[in-house]
Write a protein that binds this ligand. Structure first.
Ligand SMILES: [Zn+2]
Ligand SMILES: [Zn+2]
Length: 88
């Protein structure tokens, strides 16, 4: 239990956002402005925003649990939160 909390806190500290938080935002591909995911246009430069949230972007760059979407470290074989085996 303590380890789980530590991992969760570490990932929050390291990445700045929790998973739910990341799903609420997307990044403008033109000016990199952070927009909430209910916007379809960037309010900064008026570019059309894709449906990809910050989380989708992030998940494409990092390993994550297929079941609960938690971000996991490179060396982890099992999700620290739900115990699911991480596909390599
Ligand atoms: Zn923009
Ligand atoms: Zn999991």
């Amino acid at each position: 239990m303590k380890l789980q909390n530590k991992v969760r806190r570490d990932s929050l500290l390291h990445y700045g956002f929790g998973v739910e938080e990341m799903k609420r935002f997307k990044v403008c591909p033109t000016c990199n402005s952070l927009e909430t995911s209910d916007h379809s246009k960037c309010k900064n430069c008026a570019s059309i925003l894709s449906n990809e949230t910050l989380y989708d972007l992030y998940a494409s760059l990092h390993k994550h649990c297929g079941k609960c979407d938690s971000v996991v470290s490179e060396h982890m074989r099992y999700c620290p939160l739900c115990g699911t085996k991480i596909e390599v």
